[in-house]
Design a protein around this ligand. Structure first.
Ligand code: FAD
Length: 483
């Protein structure tokens, strides 16, 4: 059953411990700044209730009934394409800003389905059953999920068990008959404050000495011992009264440092408990699904930038100029390369019989993700080049609120045509927010989120099948007579 956005917002008033700028937050859904990411998340629920989008955002499952389409388990190319379209379109409907609360958690659940089948086979555990039970519970109750993979990591040259402080990686501190206790902290957990449940998985491969760090589980965000420290939402705080601002007042997500202090995890919520040889495998399978998601939402972000760039070029009167066409082609290349990689990853997916899952092609997924990481700054350079300096120096909304000043400013901010001036001002404002108060988040996010540049390079080197290329190299050099 899908729930309403009001029910969703109410569900977050559950005693969870969240700190924002040094203060304990009473109710995230009503907090001056945090309500913005909560409302952004809730827009996914609004789409489910909207008859224009119900067909895309809801899915009638034989066993679970009417559920969110994010919870649909992809079993073939067509269903992966539907997932791509779902993420792409919901991001467009969020004004080009990703809405993570159901996408990331289901990416993790799919990876867990795949990996736990293999753990169970080797160790006769029953983790797959636990994952499926959690999956059904989350789908049937239409829950929002956050995924905490990235540990604080301390000294990056040391393994988890070698750290001076053992809490640098989330780990098991006690095992009891009914479950385990975990401590440590995860970094950058997007929308944890807006999630009903947190899914925790390892961030790296581990050896026998790291056994207690090889742990995966799902737990309600209000569980005793969990504390979330939110980043400051500067991009929200600076535009609270700004009538020209849209995205900063509506479409922002927030990350937390998520601390686990002796948190109890009952047995049926545990998906990995010391099987260290599977930690790296799980750490790698989750990004395979999540980078497919990343290609889909980043393509939509590209679409937002293309539209903004094209409109500004037109209003500035330079749309047909060859230099501007070159700028726009960089934006188009960014979006369409990501989309093409997502489509290729869906078409060249593999099917896993045991978990009944279609897995996006790992090479196309990582090639696309790497391209997205490495070319983002180029995209920003080109859109700023199109926009001109007014994107930085335009007067504020207060000046536009005062009729005398507004009249003068609108006269001088006219470019191609007077009737377009206010729209031009709005585009400058949106882009200014995007490259300034959103800038640090997006710069780090586009380079690091869904795994760093190095993580994709490692994955490509690990999974690339060189055999055909080597055969061709030998054939071309005359080492072999035939391919
Ligand atoms: C906006 C945003 C949202 C995010 N959302 C989430 C989320 O929802 N859930 C989640 O789990 N994570 C999330 N992340 C985390 C993201 O996956 C990480 O930022 C990324 O994996 C890099 O890890 P790090 O930040 O610890 O950087 P580091 O690991 O410190 O990396 C910094 C640099 O050091 C290099 N490096 C690190 N270790 C080594 C080593 N041993 N040898 C050589 N080089 C090394 C890296 O390659 C990189 O160049 C998010 C990140 C951002 C920025």
């Amino acid at each position: 059953m899908v729930i309403s956005s009001d029910e969703y917002r109410e569900s977050l008033n559950d005693g969870r411990i969240v700190y924002y700028r040094g203060k304990l937050v009473e109710n995230v859904a009503e907090h001056l700044a945090l309500k913005v990411p909560v409302n952004h998340a809730s827009s996914i629920y609004d789409l489910q209730a909207d008859q224009n989008y119900r067909g895309m955002t809801c899915y009638n499952d034989d066993k679970l009934g009417n559920i969110s389409s994010f919870y649909r388990i992809p079993q073939n190319t067509e269903e992966l394409m539907q997932r791509h379209d779902l993420i792409y379109e919901t991001t467009r409907l969020g004004r080009g800003q990703f809405n993570i609360v159901k996408a990331i958690g289901t990416d993790a659940i799919f990876a867990l389905m795949y990996v736990t089948k293999r753990i169970d086979e080797k160790y006769q555990t029953s983790y797959y059953e636990n994952v499926m039970k959690f999956y059904r519970y989350a789908a049937e109750n239409d829950l929002s999920l956050a995924l905490a993979q990235t540990d604080m990591k301390g000294d990056r040259s040391l393994k988890p068990s070698e750290q001076k402080d053992p809490d640098m990686y989330v780990h098991i501190v006690k095992r009891e008959k009914e479950g385990i206790y975990v401590s440590g902290a995860k970094a950058h957990t997007t929308q944890s404050i807006a999630a009903n449940e947190l899914i925790v998985i390892p961030t790296r491969n581990m050896g026998a000495e790291d056994k207690d760090y090889a742990v995966a589980f799902a737990i309600p965000a209000n569980t005793k011992g969990i504390t979330m420290f939110a980043r400051p939402l500067k991009e929200v705080e600076t535009v609270q009264n700004d009538k020209l601002s849209v995205i900063g007042r509506k479409n922002v997500e927030v990350e937390t440092i998520t601390v686990f202090d002796n948190v109890f995890i009952p047995n049926d919520r545990i998906f990995l408990n010391g099987e260290c040889d599977f930690a790296g495998f799980l750490a790698m399978m989750f990004p395979t699904f999540h980078r497919f998601t990343a290609l889909s939402y980043r393509a939509a972000l590209g679409d937002f930038l293309i539209g903004t760039g094209k409109l500004l070029a037109e209003y500035n009167g330079v749309a047909g100029k060859s230099n501007i066409r070159r700028n726009l082609s960089v934006l188009i290349k960014y979006k369409e390369t990501l989309k093409a990689n997502a489509i290729a990853a869906a078409y060249k997916c593999s099917y896993d019989k045991s978990s009944k899952l279609a897995i996006p092609n790992i090479v196309y997924t990582n090639v696309g993700k790497l391209f997205a990481n490495e070319n983002y700054t180029e995209v920003i350079k080109n859109i700023v080049d199109i926009a001109g300096g007014m994107v930085a120096t335009m007067p504020s909304y207060e000046d536009f609120g005062n009729s005398d000043e507004e009249k003068i400013l609108l006269k001088f901010l006219t470019a191609r045509d007077k009737s377009e001036t206010l729209d031009r001002v709005k585009l400058f404002q949106t882009l200014r927010e995007f490259i300034s108060s959103f800038g640090a988040l997006y710069l780090a996010g586009m380079i690091h989120a869904e795994g760093s540049i190095e993580a994709s390079i490692l994955e490509l080197n690990r999974s690339y099948d060189y055999s055909g290329s080597i055969a061709l190299g030998k054939y071309a050099a005359g080492i072999e007579d035939h391919l």
